[in-house]
Ligand binder design. Sequence first.
Ligand code: NDP
Length: 487
Amino acid sequence: MKHFSQYIDGAFDAGSARFDSVNPATGEVWASMPAASAGDVDRAVRAAHRAFVDSDWSRMTASARGRLLWKLADLVEQQAPRLAELETADTGKIIRETRAQIGYVAAYYRYYAGIADKLQGAHLPVDKPDLEVFLRREPLGVVAAIVPWNSQLFLSAVKIGPALAAGCCIVLKASEEGPAPLLEFARLVHEAGFPPGVVNILTGFGADCGQALTAHPLVARIAFTGGPETARHIVRNSAANLAVTSLELGGKSPVLVFDDVDVDSVCNAIVAGIFAASGQSCVAGSRLLVQHGVRARLLARLADRARAIRIGDPADPATEMGPLATRRQREHIETVVAASLDAGARLVTGGVTPAGAGNYYPPTILDCASASTPCVAQELFGPVLSVLGFATEDEALRLANDSEFGLAAGVFTRDLARGHRLVRGIRAGIVWVNTYRAVSPIVPFGGYGLSGLGREGGFEAVLEYTRTKSVWINTSDAPVPDPFVMR
Ligand code: NDP
């Protein structure tokens, strides 16, 4: 059994309470984790605040901050195999995905390392001859970051990277499901040489640790990724500190497929969009909208492809799909799939939970007659593709926008003009045309509607960890005139 520690004020700490972590592929307890208390949260936030206000960090130049981030990226790359193994053991995400994703984690830290000394203020040419006005761009302060159980290293890199580039300090709460890679990552933060308190990593339960963190009076900025219900709690909580808040929430992303496509190529994109990470991805392309002319052919091809996916031990590099992260998650999927079948959906493939250990669930395709079928509207966060047919481009657009979410969308067509029309019409933060799931540190990421507020990734994200200070300087040697003497 492995024992992990939390990281507070530059020291590793076993915590007063602990909980067991279960390997989702075997159902067996494999590690013990600290459960941060409200007291641990308070210690961490105070340490971050001290580091922000008066420390080597608060006096460090932006270029030196960038060098530290660059070193962290080096360490992530060096330790990638170990981090990938831990993420696979603790979340069930397959090893080929965790290895690939850690490459991205390092790339995000490098990107933000480069931005640290490119954040600039401005000179403002006001219409007052004796006054010089400039804007300083300053870091917001202590950041409370909260991530969910899928892709914790990646989802924290898109918060820690820009926060540190801006000069903030951070207290990050990992999810209690699958926190091992983040607690190991804390060792790399330590080795890179960040001053104590600049980065603090806790793991614990939402109701106590998360709640205490987001309501803490010294927190100036909240960066949250998770579900809309928790987001509402957090927004209510942040009334206590009025922290600037960004929310990266769920999705029910549509993939629109027109009759003119190459079916094999589109089939690969759809499979990657919904079955990668066993569908536990905020940008999962979980609603397939397909034009009637190609519907039967595409569904037959998708069913063959889904049945051929190699499901098994996530630590085996040959495995193509692993288990779900939690038993609770699988039960939720089973309930919604059953309700969808009762509502008239046709089971194309999958839909039957296999016997045996682990939280496995097969790649599942449901052909639906109506947009009111439960699986079409709800985010499942699992390997379930809901299919609806359409006749015209207008109908496709209406169906695509018929969701309270608006994170991502895919459009597959050879008609360039139609592609552009749909890009304009779709209400989502990301639209991929003839591709799906591409990401880059340079490109902003975020949604419309219930998919959230704010953007992560790209230059814009760093600005969201800063505010401006307007500075007015009188350059005249003349005395300030008496305000009560009229001129
Ligand atoms: P949750 O919203 O349940 O949890 C997210 C995090 O919030 C966890 O760390 C959780 O802790 C914590 N939390 C729970 N309650 C509180 C509270 N009252 N105050 C503060 N923190 C709290 O989401 P899931 O873990 O179920 O993750 C799945 C969701 O995340 C999906 O909706 C998915 O789409 C979304 N997501 C969005 C992404 C994006 O970038 N847009 C990316 C990845 C996922 P604990 O684990 O202890 O409960």
